[in-house]
Design a protein around this ligand. Structure first.
Ligand SMILES: [Zn+2]
Length: 455
Protein backbone atom coordinates (compact mmCIF):
# COMPACT_ATOMS: atom_id res chain seq x y z
CA UNK A 1 0.00 0.00 0.00
CA UNK A 2 1.25 3.46 -0.91
CA UNK A 3 1.85 5.14 2.45
CA UNK A 4 1.63 8.71 1.10
CA UNK A 5 -1.67 8.03 -0.60
CA UNK A 6 -3.06 6.46 2.55
CA UNK A 7 -1.94 9.48 4.54
CA UNK A 8 -3.65 11.92 2.19
CA UNK A 9 -6.78 9.83 2.08
CA UNK A 10 -6.94 9.42 5.82
CA UNK A 11 -6.38 13.13 6.41
CA UNK A 12 -9.11 14.01 3.90
CA UNK A 13 -11.35 11.11 4.89
CA UNK A 14 -11.03 11.98 8.55
CA UNK A 15 -13.04 15.14 7.92
CA UNK A 16 -16.01 13.00 7.03
CA UNK A 17 -15.34 10.25 9.48
CA UNK A 18 -16.99 9.32 12.74
CA UNK A 19 -14.02 7.31 13.84
CA UNK A 20 -12.66 9.82 16.32
CA UNK A 21 -10.21 7.20 17.57
CA UNK A 22 -8.02 7.70 14.49
CA UNK A 23 -6.79 10.99 15.92
CA UNK A 24 -3.52 12.37 14.70
CA UNK A 25 -1.13 10.41 16.87
CA UNK A 26 1.70 8.58 15.07
CA UNK A 27 1.06 4.99 14.15
CA UNK A 28 -2.66 5.35 13.55
CA UNK A 29 -2.21 4.05 10.01
CA UNK A 30 -1.03 0.75 11.42
CA UNK A 31 -4.22 -0.22 13.21
CA UNK A 32 -5.92 -3.12 11.43
CA UNK A 33 -9.30 -1.32 11.30
CA UNK A 34 -7.86 1.72 9.53
CA UNK A 35 -6.06 -0.45 7.03
CA UNK A 36 -9.22 -2.39 6.20
CA UNK A 37 -11.21 0.81 5.85
CA UNK A 38 -8.88 2.60 3.49
CA UNK A 39 -7.90 -0.51 1.57
CA UNK A 40 -11.54 -1.00 0.57
CA UNK A 41 -11.98 2.65 -0.27
CA UNK A 42 -8.89 2.65 -2.47
CA UNK A 43 -9.63 -0.69 -4.16
CA UNK A 44 -13.20 0.27 -5.09
CA UNK A 45 -12.24 3.81 -6.14
CA UNK A 46 -9.33 2.55 -8.29
CA UNK A 47 -11.58 -0.05 -9.91
CA UNK A 48 -14.14 2.63 -10.75
CA UNK A 49 -11.42 4.92 -12.14
CA UNK A 50 -9.76 2.37 -14.47
CA UNK A 51 -12.77 2.03 -16.81
CA UNK A 52 -13.22 5.78 -16.84
CA UNK A 53 -9.57 6.36 -17.79
CA UNK A 54 -9.59 3.74 -20.57
CA UNK A 55 -12.68 5.37 -22.09
CA UNK A 56 -11.13 8.85 -21.94
CA UNK A 57 -7.88 7.63 -23.55
CA UNK A 58 -9.91 6.18 -26.43
CA UNK A 59 -11.81 9.50 -26.59
CA UNK A 60 -8.48 11.24 -27.16
CA UNK A 61 -7.61 8.76 -29.92
CA UNK A 62 -11.00 9.57 -31.46
CA UNK A 63 -10.23 13.30 -31.31
CA UNK A 64 -6.93 12.90 -33.17
CA UNK A 65 -8.63 10.64 -35.70
CA UNK A 66 -11.46 13.13 -36.33
CA UNK A 67 -9.06 16.08 -36.51
CA UNK A 68 -7.22 14.43 -39.40
CA UNK A 69 -10.35 13.12 -41.16
CA UNK A 70 -10.47 13.39 -44.97
CA UNK A 71 -13.64 13.69 -47.04
CA UNK A 72 -14.74 10.22 -48.30
CA UNK A 73 -14.79 10.31 -52.09
CA UNK A 74 -17.70 7.92 -52.61
CA UNK A 75 -20.31 10.28 -51.15
CA UNK A 76 -21.89 12.11 -54.13
CA UNK A 77 -23.67 14.92 -52.26
CA UNK A 78 -20.88 15.85 -49.86
CA UNK A 79 -18.59 18.63 -51.04
CA UNK A 80 -15.62 20.10 -49.18
CA UNK A 81 -17.68 22.90 -47.67
CA UNK A 82 -20.38 20.60 -46.26
CA UNK A 83 -17.76 18.18 -45.00
CA UNK A 84 -15.90 20.97 -43.18
CA UNK A 85 -19.17 22.07 -41.57
CA UNK A 86 -20.01 18.53 -40.45
CA UNK A 87 -16.48 18.06 -39.11
CA UNK A 88 -16.81 21.21 -37.02
CA UNK A 89 -20.12 20.05 -35.55
CA UNK A 90 -18.62 16.68 -34.74
CA UNK A 91 -15.66 18.25 -32.95
CA UNK A 92 -18.06 20.43 -30.93
CA UNK A 93 -20.05 17.38 -29.98
CA UNK A 94 -16.85 15.59 -28.99
CA UNK A 95 -15.94 18.35 -26.55
CA UNK A 96 -19.43 18.45 -25.08
CA UNK A 97 -19.42 14.71 -24.59
CA UNK A 98 -15.87 14.53 -23.26
CA UNK A 99 -16.45 17.29 -20.70
CA UNK A 100 -19.94 16.02 -19.85
CA UNK A 101 -18.74 12.50 -19.11
CA UNK A 102 -15.73 13.75 -17.14
CA UNK A 103 -17.87 16.10 -15.04
CA UNK A 104 -20.50 13.40 -14.55
CA UNK A 105 -17.95 10.85 -13.36
CA UNK A 106 -16.13 13.35 -11.15
CA UNK A 107 -19.40 14.51 -9.64
CA UNK A 108 -20.58 10.97 -8.89
CA UNK A 109 -17.18 10.00 -7.56
CA UNK A 110 -17.11 12.97 -5.18
CA UNK A 111 -20.73 12.52 -4.15
CA UNK A 112 -20.43 8.81 -3.45
CA UNK A 113 -17.06 8.77 -1.69
CA UNK A 114 -17.26 12.10 0.09
CA UNK A 115 -20.63 13.81 -0.16
CA UNK A 116 -23.03 11.08 0.88
CA UNK A 117 -21.30 10.24 4.18
CA UNK A 118 -21.11 13.99 4.91
CA UNK A 119 -24.78 14.62 4.11
CA UNK A 120 -25.84 11.69 6.27
CA UNK A 121 -23.63 12.86 9.17
CA UNK A 122 -24.90 16.44 9.09
CA UNK A 123 -28.54 15.52 8.54
CA UNK A 124 -28.53 12.98 11.34
CA UNK A 125 -28.03 15.80 13.84
CA UNK A 126 -31.57 16.92 13.04
CA UNK A 127 -33.63 14.08 11.61
CA UNK A 128 -33.90 10.29 11.67
CA UNK A 129 -32.26 7.93 9.18
CA UNK A 130 -35.55 7.08 7.51
CA UNK A 131 -36.18 10.78 6.78
CA UNK A 132 -32.61 11.10 5.44
CA UNK A 133 -33.23 8.12 3.19
CA UNK A 134 -36.31 9.76 1.66
CA UNK A 135 -34.37 13.03 1.27
CA UNK A 136 -31.52 11.21 -0.51
CA UNK A 137 -34.02 9.59 -2.87
CA UNK A 138 -35.63 12.96 -3.66
CA UNK A 139 -32.21 14.60 -4.16
CA UNK A 140 -31.36 11.74 -6.52
CA UNK A 141 -34.59 12.30 -8.43
CA UNK A 142 -34.05 16.07 -8.75
CA UNK A 143 -30.39 15.68 -9.76
CA UNK A 144 -31.35 13.08 -12.35
CA UNK A 145 -34.06 15.36 -13.74
CA UNK A 146 -31.97 18.55 -13.80
CA UNK A 147 -28.88 17.01 -15.30
CA UNK A 148 -30.51 14.56 -17.69
CA UNK A 149 -30.18 16.99 -20.63
CA UNK A 150 -26.49 17.63 -20.04
CA UNK A 151 -25.37 14.14 -19.16
CA UNK A 152 -26.77 10.98 -17.66
CA UNK A 153 -26.08 10.76 -13.97
CA UNK A 154 -26.37 7.35 -12.34
CA UNK A 155 -29.78 5.90 -12.92
CA UNK A 156 -31.17 3.75 -10.16
CA UNK A 157 -32.25 0.98 -12.49
CA UNK A 158 -31.14 -0.31 -15.88
CA UNK A 159 -34.10 0.71 -18.02
CA UNK A 160 -35.31 -0.52 -21.38
CA UNK A 161 -33.65 1.84 -23.90
CA UNK A 162 -35.54 5.11 -23.72
CA UNK A 163 -34.87 8.32 -25.57
CA UNK A 164 -36.69 11.62 -25.08
CA UNK A 165 -36.04 14.61 -27.26
CA UNK A 166 -37.32 17.98 -26.09
CA UNK A 167 -37.94 19.49 -22.68
CA UNK A 168 -36.52 18.19 -19.39
CA UNK A 169 -39.48 18.70 -17.08
CA UNK A 170 -42.00 16.73 -19.08
CA UNK A 171 -44.39 14.29 -17.47
CA UNK A 172 -43.03 11.24 -19.33
CA UNK A 173 -39.48 11.82 -18.13
CA UNK A 174 -40.60 12.70 -14.60
CA UNK A 175 -42.61 9.48 -14.33
CA UNK A 176 -39.72 7.55 -15.84
CA UNK A 177 -37.22 8.86 -13.27
CA UNK A 178 -39.71 8.34 -10.44
CA UNK A 179 -40.25 4.78 -11.62
CA UNK A 180 -36.47 4.32 -11.55
CA UNK A 181 -36.32 5.51 -7.93
CA UNK A 182 -39.21 3.25 -6.93
CA UNK A 183 -37.64 0.23 -8.60
CA UNK A 184 -34.58 1.00 -6.50
CA UNK A 185 -36.41 1.63 -3.23
CA UNK A 186 -38.71 -1.38 -3.65
CA UNK A 187 -35.92 -3.95 -3.46
CA UNK A 188 -34.38 -2.16 -0.48
CA UNK A 189 -37.60 -2.77 1.42
CA UNK A 190 -36.84 -6.50 1.27
CA UNK A 191 -33.31 -5.84 2.48
CA UNK A 192 -34.48 -3.87 5.50
CA UNK A 193 -37.18 -6.33 6.50
CA UNK A 194 -35.50 -9.66 5.73
CA UNK A 195 -31.73 -9.06 5.81
CA UNK A 196 -29.42 -10.71 3.25
CA UNK A 197 -31.85 -13.54 2.44
CA UNK A 198 -34.32 -10.93 1.16
CA UNK A 199 -32.44 -10.84 -2.17
CA UNK A 200 -34.92 -13.32 -3.64
CA UNK A 201 -37.86 -10.95 -3.21
CA UNK A 202 -35.76 -8.13 -4.61
CA UNK A 203 -34.61 -10.09 -7.67
CA UNK A 204 -38.22 -11.16 -8.35
CA UNK A 205 -39.17 -7.46 -8.20
CA UNK A 206 -36.51 -6.58 -10.80
CA UNK A 207 -37.60 -9.26 -13.28
CA UNK A 208 -41.31 -8.50 -12.93
CA UNK A 209 -40.73 -4.75 -13.29
CA UNK A 210 -38.53 -5.23 -16.39
CA UNK A 211 -41.10 -7.47 -18.09
CA UNK A 212 -43.90 -4.99 -17.27
CA UNK A 213 -41.82 -2.11 -18.72
CA UNK A 214 -41.26 -4.07 -21.94
CA UNK A 215 -44.93 -5.06 -22.18
CA UNK A 216 -46.08 -1.45 -21.69
CA UNK A 217 -43.57 -0.25 -24.29
CA UNK A 218 -44.80 -2.74 -26.92
CA UNK A 219 -48.45 -1.90 -26.21
CA UNK A 220 -47.64 1.80 -26.52
CA UNK A 221 -45.96 1.16 -29.89
CA UNK A 222 -48.87 -0.90 -31.18
CA UNK A 223 -51.20 1.96 -30.31
CA UNK A 224 -49.08 4.49 -32.19
CA UNK A 225 -48.14 2.82 -35.50
CA UNK A 226 -50.23 2.71 -38.68
CA UNK A 227 -50.13 -0.82 -40.20
CA UNK A 228 -48.09 -0.65 -43.42
CA UNK A 229 -50.97 -1.94 -45.60
CA UNK A 230 -53.07 1.05 -44.49
CA UNK A 231 -50.33 3.66 -44.81
CA UNK A 232 -50.85 5.94 -47.82
CA UNK A 233 -47.20 6.85 -48.40
CA UNK A 234 -46.08 3.38 -49.56
CA UNK A 235 -46.35 2.00 -53.10
CA UNK A 236 -48.56 -0.98 -54.00
CA UNK A 237 -45.51 -2.85 -55.33
CA UNK A 238 -43.76 -2.39 -51.99
CA UNK A 239 -46.82 -3.61 -50.08
CA UNK A 240 -47.17 -6.69 -52.30
CA UNK A 241 -43.48 -7.63 -52.04
CA UNK A 242 -43.38 -7.09 -48.28
CA UNK A 243 -46.56 -9.16 -47.79
CA UNK A 244 -44.90 -12.11 -49.53
CA UNK A 245 -41.67 -11.68 -47.57
CA UNK A 246 -43.39 -11.38 -44.17
CA UNK A 247 -45.50 -14.49 -44.89
CA UNK A 248 -42.26 -16.42 -45.54
CA UNK A 249 -40.91 -15.20 -42.19
CA UNK A 250 -44.00 -15.99 -40.10
CA UNK A 251 -44.64 -12.30 -39.30
CA UNK A 252 -48.20 -10.92 -39.43
CA UNK A 253 -48.99 -7.85 -41.57
CA UNK A 254 -50.29 -6.03 -38.50
CA UNK A 255 -46.88 -6.42 -36.86
CA UNK A 256 -45.17 -3.98 -39.27
CA UNK A 257 -46.20 -0.33 -39.27
CA UNK A 258 -45.23 3.31 -39.76
CA UNK A 259 -44.71 5.67 -36.83
CA UNK A 260 -46.11 9.13 -37.59
CA UNK A 261 -44.38 12.27 -36.21
CA UNK A 262 -41.76 10.21 -34.42
CA UNK A 263 -39.21 13.07 -34.23
CA UNK A 264 -36.63 10.28 -34.29
CA UNK A 265 -35.31 10.98 -37.78
CA UNK A 266 -34.99 8.26 -40.40
CA UNK A 267 -35.03 5.11 -38.30
CA UNK A 268 -36.57 1.69 -37.80
CA UNK A 269 -36.80 -0.60 -34.84
CA UNK A 270 -38.23 -3.86 -33.59
CA UNK A 271 -39.50 -4.84 -30.17
CA UNK A 272 -40.98 -8.06 -28.90
CA UNK A 273 -41.85 -10.28 -25.98
CA UNK A 274 -42.13 -13.80 -27.41
CA UNK A 275 -45.13 -13.69 -29.82
CA UNK A 276 -46.16 -10.12 -28.84
CA UNK A 277 -44.10 -7.97 -31.18
CA UNK A 278 -43.94 -4.90 -33.38
CA UNK A 279 -41.71 -3.56 -36.14
CA UNK A 280 -41.86 0.20 -36.75
CA UNK A 281 -40.50 2.42 -39.53
CA UNK A 282 -40.45 6.14 -38.84
CA UNK A 283 -42.34 8.38 -41.24
CA UNK A 284 -39.09 10.25 -41.95
CA UNK A 285 -37.56 7.02 -43.24
CA UNK A 286 -40.56 6.18 -45.45
CA UNK A 287 -41.30 9.63 -46.87
CA UNK A 288 -37.76 10.94 -47.09
CA UNK A 289 -35.66 12.99 -44.69
CA UNK A 290 -34.17 16.38 -45.47
CA UNK A 291 -30.75 16.77 -43.86
CA UNK A 292 -30.99 20.10 -41.97
CA UNK A 293 -27.23 20.74 -42.35
CA UNK A 294 -27.04 19.91 -46.07
CA UNK A 295 -29.63 21.45 -48.44
CA UNK A 296 -28.33 19.27 -51.31
CA UNK A 297 -29.27 15.99 -49.70
CA UNK A 298 -32.48 14.13 -48.97
CA UNK A 299 -32.37 10.61 -47.52
CA UNK A 300 -34.87 8.59 -49.55
CA UNK A 301 -34.85 4.83 -49.99
CA UNK A 302 -36.29 2.99 -52.97
CA UNK A 303 -38.86 0.21 -52.39
CA UNK A 304 -36.22 -2.55 -52.39
CA UNK A 305 -33.96 -0.80 -49.87
CA UNK A 306 -36.91 -0.13 -47.58
CA UNK A 307 -37.81 -3.82 -47.70
CA UNK A 308 -34.19 -4.64 -46.80
CA UNK A 309 -34.51 -2.42 -43.72
CA UNK A 310 -37.61 -4.39 -42.67
CA UNK A 311 -35.67 -7.63 -43.22
CA UNK A 312 -33.01 -6.43 -40.78
CA UNK A 313 -35.74 -5.74 -38.18
CA UNK A 314 -37.22 -9.19 -38.82
CA UNK A 315 -33.75 -10.50 -37.95
CA UNK A 316 -34.07 -8.85 -34.51
CA UNK A 317 -37.51 -10.42 -33.98
CA UNK A 318 -36.48 -13.89 -35.09
CA UNK A 319 -33.34 -13.74 -32.95
CA UNK A 320 -35.34 -12.61 -29.85
CA UNK A 321 -32.82 -9.78 -29.47
CA UNK A 322 -34.98 -7.46 -27.35
CA UNK A 323 -35.95 -10.21 -24.95
CA UNK A 324 -32.31 -11.29 -24.66
CA UNK A 325 -31.19 -7.69 -23.94
CA UNK A 326 -33.84 -7.26 -21.26
CA UNK A 327 -32.80 -10.58 -19.71
CA UNK A 328 -29.13 -9.59 -19.74
CA UNK A 329 -30.00 -6.23 -18.14
CA UNK A 330 -32.18 -7.88 -15.49
CA UNK A 331 -29.49 -10.50 -14.84
CA UNK A 332 -26.87 -7.78 -14.26
CA UNK A 333 -29.25 -5.87 -11.95
CA UNK A 334 -29.93 -9.11 -10.09
CA UNK A 335 -26.23 -9.81 -9.58
CA UNK A 336 -25.72 -6.23 -8.33
CA UNK A 337 -28.62 -6.73 -5.93
CA UNK A 338 -27.18 -9.96 -4.54
CA UNK A 339 -23.85 -8.17 -4.06
CA UNK A 340 -25.58 -5.26 -2.30
CA UNK A 341 -27.50 -7.63 -0.02
CA UNK A 342 -24.47 -9.66 1.02
CA UNK A 343 -22.12 -6.67 1.12
CA UNK A 344 -24.14 -3.79 2.49
CA UNK A 345 -26.94 -5.16 4.65
CA UNK A 346 -26.83 -5.53 8.43
CA UNK A 347 -24.30 -8.28 9.11
CA UNK A 348 -23.03 -8.07 5.53
CA UNK A 349 -19.42 -8.33 4.37
CA UNK A 350 -18.78 -4.59 4.60
CA UNK A 351 -19.27 -2.50 7.69
CA UNK A 352 -20.63 1.07 7.39
CA UNK A 353 -17.54 2.48 9.06
CA UNK A 354 -15.31 1.07 6.28
CA UNK A 355 -16.81 3.88 4.22
CA UNK A 356 -16.88 6.72 6.74
CA UNK A 357 -20.45 6.11 7.90
CA UNK A 358 -21.52 5.72 11.51
CA UNK A 359 -21.84 2.06 12.54
CA UNK A 360 -25.50 2.72 13.36
CA UNK A 361 -26.37 3.97 9.83
CA UNK A 362 -29.63 2.35 8.68
CA UNK A 363 -29.62 -0.58 6.26
CA UNK A 364 -31.54 1.48 3.68
CA UNK A 365 -29.01 4.29 3.57
CA UNK A 366 -26.02 2.01 3.59
CA UNK A 367 -27.45 -0.14 0.79
CA UNK A 368 -28.30 3.02 -1.18
CA UNK A 369 -24.65 3.95 -0.86
CA UNK A 370 -23.54 0.41 -1.78
CA UNK A 371 -25.66 0.38 -4.91
CA UNK A 372 -24.42 3.84 -5.94
CA UNK A 373 -20.86 2.68 -5.44
CA UNK A 374 -21.33 -0.53 -7.43
CA UNK A 375 -23.02 1.46 -10.22
CA UNK A 376 -19.98 3.72 -10.37
CA UNK A 377 -17.51 0.81 -10.24
CA UNK A 378 -19.20 -1.17 -13.00
CA UNK A 379 -20.45 1.72 -15.12
CA UNK A 380 -17.76 1.44 -17.80
CA UNK A 381 -17.21 -2.35 -17.73
CA UNK A 382 -20.97 -2.83 -18.11
CA UNK A 383 -21.20 -0.21 -20.85
CA UNK A 384 -18.58 -2.20 -22.73
CA UNK A 385 -20.44 -5.47 -22.14
CA UNK A 386 -23.80 -4.08 -23.30
CA UNK A 387 -22.21 -2.40 -26.35
CA UNK A 388 -20.55 -5.67 -27.35
CA UNK A 389 -23.88 -7.43 -26.97
CA UNK A 390 -25.87 -4.96 -29.10
CA UNK A 391 -23.18 -4.81 -31.80
CA UNK A 392 -23.35 -8.59 -32.06
CA UNK A 393 -27.14 -8.49 -32.36
CA UNK A 394 -26.91 -5.86 -35.10
CA UNK A 395 -24.36 -7.95 -36.97
CA UNK A 396 -26.66 -10.99 -36.72
CA UNK A 397 -29.69 -8.97 -37.88
CA UNK A 398 -27.65 -7.89 -40.94
CA UNK A 399 -26.81 -11.56 -41.53
CA UNK A 400 -30.56 -12.32 -41.49
CA UNK A 401 -31.16 -9.51 -43.99
CA UNK A 402 -28.50 -10.93 -46.32
CA UNK A 403 -29.62 -14.55 -46.02
CA UNK A 404 -33.34 -13.84 -46.58
CA UNK A 405 -33.37 -10.70 -48.77
CA UNK A 406 -29.73 -10.05 -49.67
CA UNK A 407 -30.26 -8.84 -53.24
CA UNK A 408 -32.63 -6.02 -52.23
CA UNK A 409 -30.14 -3.15 -52.12
CA UNK A 410 -29.47 -3.38 -48.37
CA UNK A 411 -26.36 -1.24 -48.75
CA UNK A 412 -28.37 1.85 -49.77
CA UNK A 413 -29.48 2.76 -46.24
CA UNK A 414 -25.89 2.82 -44.98
CA UNK A 415 -24.61 4.69 -48.00
CA UNK A 416 -27.25 7.36 -47.45
CA UNK A 417 -26.85 7.57 -43.68
CA UNK A 418 -23.15 8.24 -44.31
CA UNK A 419 -24.20 11.42 -46.13
CA UNK A 420 -25.77 12.64 -42.91
CA UNK A 421 -22.76 11.56 -40.80
CA UNK A 422 -19.81 11.47 -43.22
CA UNK A 423 -17.00 11.64 -40.63
CA UNK A 424 -16.04 8.09 -39.66
CA UNK A 425 -15.14 7.28 -36.05
CA UNK A 426 -11.92 5.69 -34.87
CA UNK A 427 -12.49 1.91 -35.00
CA UNK A 428 -11.57 1.48 -31.32
CA UNK A 429 -13.96 4.28 -30.32
CA UNK A 430 -16.78 2.58 -32.23
CA UNK A 431 -15.94 -0.70 -30.52
CA UNK A 432 -16.34 0.92 -27.08
CA UNK A 433 -19.25 3.30 -27.73
CA UNK A 434 -21.44 2.51 -30.74
CA UNK A 435 -24.54 0.36 -30.43
CA UNK A 436 -24.22 -0.57 -34.13
CA UNK A 437 -21.24 -1.58 -36.25
CA UNK A 438 -19.92 1.40 -38.27
CA UNK A 439 -22.11 2.25 -41.33
CA UNK A 440 -19.15 2.15 -43.73
CA UNK A 441 -18.32 -1.38 -42.49
CA UNK A 442 -21.93 -2.52 -42.92
CA UNK A 443 -22.17 -0.94 -46.38
CA UNK A 444 -18.95 -2.65 -47.43
CA UNK A 445 -20.18 -6.03 -46.15
CA UNK A 446 -23.46 -5.76 -48.10
CA UNK A 447 -21.71 -4.62 -51.28
CA UNK A 448 -19.35 -7.60 -51.11
CA UNK A 449 -22.24 -9.98 -50.50
CA UNK A 450 -24.17 -8.59 -53.49
CA UNK A 451 -21.12 -8.97 -55.74
CA UNK A 452 -20.85 -12.63 -54.74
CA UNK A 453 -24.53 -13.64 -54.73
CA UNK A 454 -26.62 -11.35 -56.95
CA UNK A 455 -26.42 -11.02 -60.71
ZN1 LIG B 1 -30.87 -3.20 -35.80
Amino acid sequence: MQEWFLTIYVKYGWLFSFADEFGDEPGFLDTPETKVTYTWLIITAAFAAIGFIIYRVVDLMQYLHVRNAKRPEDLESINDEIFAKKLKTKKGRWWKRFLGQSVSFGFQFGYIYGGMPLIVMVAHQYVSYSVIYVILMVIGWIINMTLSKIFSLWTPALPVQYHTPGKTWQSGLMIWQAWGMISWAGPVYFLATQGPSGWMGSVAFIWISQIIQLFVFIRHMKGKVVPYLEYEGLSDTFKENLKTYLASQGIKDSEVGVLRNSKMGPNAFATGLFGYRQIALTEELVRGYKDPSNPDFILKLDDDALEAVVSHEVGHIRGYHVLKSVCLGAFISSMTTVLVFYGFSKGGFFSPDYFNFDKATSAQIFSFFGQSMLNLMFMYPLTFLMISFTQRNEYNADTHLLETNGCKNGKAFFHQIRHIAPVANHAMWDRLNSTHPAPQVREERMKKWEDEHCS
